[in-house]
Structure formats: C-alpha cells, structure tokens
Design a protein around this ligand. Structure first.
Ligand code: CTP
Length: 399
C-alpha cells in the first residue's frame, strides 16, 4: 500500500463529539509521513484544544479568518493552495450546510470555498440530523460539486441513539486517503511505447525474411521506463527475452502487426522506436509451402515506416518521438538524414559493424542526435546503463 510521505493534508476539525477522533487521524497521518496543517472551528475548539492539535500535528492550528497573525503567516488562499487534499473530519450538519450553500463566514468554510483541491468530508451527527431532508439535499449538492464523502457509519451514537451518523473510524479514513493518492498516481502516470526486436516477413508458412536484432536494447529501455514510473507498453517482434509482468507486452511478428499495435497503443507521452523493422515484405505470401521445383520469384514491396508515420501525424505524435539508426558505415550522416527525413525528435544511432556493440551484444555505444544539431555521445557500457541515461534524458525533456 502507498504511504503518505510528503503528502500535504489540511485537516479541518468541526464541532462535534467525534472531534476527539481527529486527534487519532492526525497521529495516523503523521505516522505515515504526511505533513499536516489544521483548522479548528470555533465549535471544534469546544471539543478539542488547540494545544492538543498542535502538539500532535507539530504545526500551528489556524482558527480565525480575520487573525492578523495567521494572515501574515499564511493567508486563507495560500492555506488552501498549500494542501494536496483537504479533509473535513468531523463534518457537522452546520458545516455541510454552509459548504453546500457557498457560505464563507469563518476560516474553514472560506478555505473550502477557495480551494481547488479534492475535499473529503466525513460527516458525524445524530441520526435524525443525518436523515433530515435538508442534510440529504446538502450532501447531494456537495457530491455534485465533486466533494468526496467518507461514511457516516451505522452504530451506537454518543447521544445514546442508534443509527446512521457515526463518523468513520480514523484508520479507515486514512486508508481512503491512501487509495485516493494511489489512484491519482496511476492516473498521472506518463505513458511510454517502445518497439523492439526484429520483424518477420513471411514468404510461405515456414520461411521468412528477418534480421539479426536481439531486442535487448529496447527491452532494457522498457524496463528502465517502468522503473521510473512510466506506464509502459512494449511492442516486440520475436525475441528470446523475458520481461516484467508489469510491462504491457504486445507480441507481434510482422511489420504490419507492429504498425497496427502501435496505432492501438497510442496516445503516449513518449514513443521509442528501437525495433529493427523489415523495410520490405512479400508482395504475395504463399499459403502453402513452396517446393524447390516451383519457380520462385520473390516480389517485394515496402512496409509502412512506423516511425515516419507516427512522427508525421500530428494527431498521433507523442510529446517525444525517438528513432533508432543501426548503421555499418557513415553513421553520423545517415543518423542526421533519418532525423530530418523521418521528422522524429531524436535519433539514437549505433554502429552495428562493431561486434562488441552489435545486435546480440549486452553492450552498446550510441550517439543521440537532436533536432537542434546537438549530439550526445554515450560511451561503451551495458545496454542497461545506456537505457538509464537515455531515460534520464527523456524525463528531463518531458519535464
Ligand atoms: N522504422 C520503423 N518502421 C519501419 C522501418 C524503420 O518504425 N518500417 C524505424 C526503426 O524502428 C528505427 C528507424 O525507423 O527507429 C530507423 O530504421 P532503419 O531500418 O535503421 O532505417 P531505414 O529507414 O529503414 O533506412 P535504411 O534501412 O536505409 O538504413
């Protein structure tokens, strides 16, 4: 489960007997690494003291909308901007009514009204108050304003009655906040697509044209992107490599399949085309095995260039498109030419005539060519280290 390290939570404590549980919420949030600021309403202060709230939260309690001291230190707008999330616990019927109607006659309601953050409300009140039509309507309004409700629960109440209206237990409230942050992290993840490996272009059911690509560099890049928090899709031609289950692996054989899978995987924030896609395919693939006495005439036609296609369709183009160039000679010229002609953002070029950094090697040495004519040279190192450096540059670029 995710922890709350470095998460900034503004806790608003209103006046209800459940306010004593807010102290436990503060303790749990602190234990989990959150940093907390608190607002104690006037009636909240009748149930818990500012001193106990400060001692537990290890930070100042804000109480008054028109306090010169508070405004000088952090005004009500800054207080709402500071927070990653606002939690109102307990939320009384009165506060719920004020928020539903946009009132702002104290610090708590003003901060909530001025907030651009997610606000969780954890109601606590007598069962009759909770079931009252006006409360029901207020809650419905708050939900439509995108407030998130936690509880209330059914049980024995402090007033001696039984029913719905009890504040949810602190542990459960904190868990709900953790789930929110976890989902937010998933939603905010950057998306990456990597193509890797060779493609096979079939002549007949048992023969094909392909190349020597092992896919190692592309797989290492995908692993590294995953490690850095990207939602990663790896579209791979046939290889002998294995990959972490958390990577969305799409296995393909032909260039056409790789092309279709790429289109289906877009949009993405970054696409890295490291696959050695066969430039040509058979014009006509025989459905049955060709026999040696048959007359053989292999007519080829060009495959679609996936990198070129994606780079030249603005509606598809990710924020960053990285192509590869595997060359045996005149590396710099060919790399620059591909950068221009394919209209991608970067070209990562390597010399495949050198066996120590060739197709099946675990090592590589590459040069990255940028649109602004800059060149970065990544000296001889493992394909995993090359990937780390490349992904670092990708993150810097996207930031
Ligand atoms: N590429 C692609 N689709 C193709 C061919 C290539 O996406 N049908 C991508 C590769 O994944 C790589 C880049 O284009 O990122 C360069 O591919 P490469 O085969 O080295 O260059 P080509 O354009 O095919 O030129 P040549 O074979 O003449 O070197």
């Amino acid at each position: 489960m995710i922890n709350l390290n470095n998460k900034k939570i503004l806790l608003i404590i209103c006046g209800g007997i459940a306010a004593y549980k807010s102290l436990e919420i503060i303790r749990l949030l602190k234990k989990d690494g959150a940093s907390i600021k608190t607002i104690l309403t006037k009636s909240g202060a009748k149930f818990v003291t500012p001193l106990s709230v400060t001692s537990l939260s290890q930070s100042k309690v804000y109480q008054d909308l028109f306090s010169i001291e508070d405004e000088a230190e952090m005004d009500h707008i800054s207080l709402s901007r500071w927070a990653d999330l606002i939690l109102i616990a307990p939320a009384t019927a009165n506060t719920i009514s004020k928020l539903a109607n946009g009132n702002s006659d104290d610090l708590a309601s003003t901060v909530a009204l001025a907030s651009n953050k997610k606000i969780f409300i954890t109601p606590a009140m007598n069962v009759r108050m909770w079931e009252h039509q006006s409360t029901k309507q207020n809650i419905a309004k708050l939900k439509s304003y995108n407030y998130e409700l936690i509880g209330p629960e059914i049980g024995d109440m402090a007033c001696g009655e039984y029913g719905e209206g009890k504040m949810t237990e602190p542990k459960e409230i904190v868990n709900k906040l953790k789930i929110y942050f976890k989902n937010l992290k998933i939603k905010n993840k950057l998306k990456a697509i990597v193509t890797a490996g060779p493609t096979k272009e079939y002549i007949d059911p048992v023969r094909y044209i392909s190349n020597k690509s092992s896919g190692k560099q592309g797989y290492e890049i995908a692993k590294c992107l995953l490690k850095k928090g990207f939602e990663t899709t790896l579209i791979s031609g046939p290889t002998n490599l294995e990959i972490n289950n958390d990577i969305n692996l799409i296995k393909v054989e032909t260039a056409e399949e790789m092309f279709q899978s790429t289109l289906e995987s877009l949009p993405a924030d970054v696409a890295i085309f490291s696959a050695a896609v066969c430039d040509y395919k058979l014009k006509k693939t025989s459905k049955i095995k060709i026999k040696k006495q048959d007359e053989i005439n292999l007519e080829l036609e060009k495959n679609v260039d996936i990198l070129d296609y994606v780079s030249n369709h603005n509606s598809l183009k990710p924020k960053l498109v990285v192509g590869f160039a595997a060359e045996t000679n005149d590396l710099e010229n060919y790399a620059k030419k591909k950068l221009d002609e394919k209209n991608c953002d970067w070209i990562v070029a390597n010399d495949v005539s050198n066996e120590t950094i060739g197709f099946d090697s675990d090592f590589n040495e590459v040069s990255i060519f940028y649109k602004n004519k800059k060149i970065d040279r990544l000296k001889y190192k493992s394909k995993s280290e090359i990937s780390n450096e490349l992904v670092k540059k990708i993150i810097d670029y996207l930031n």
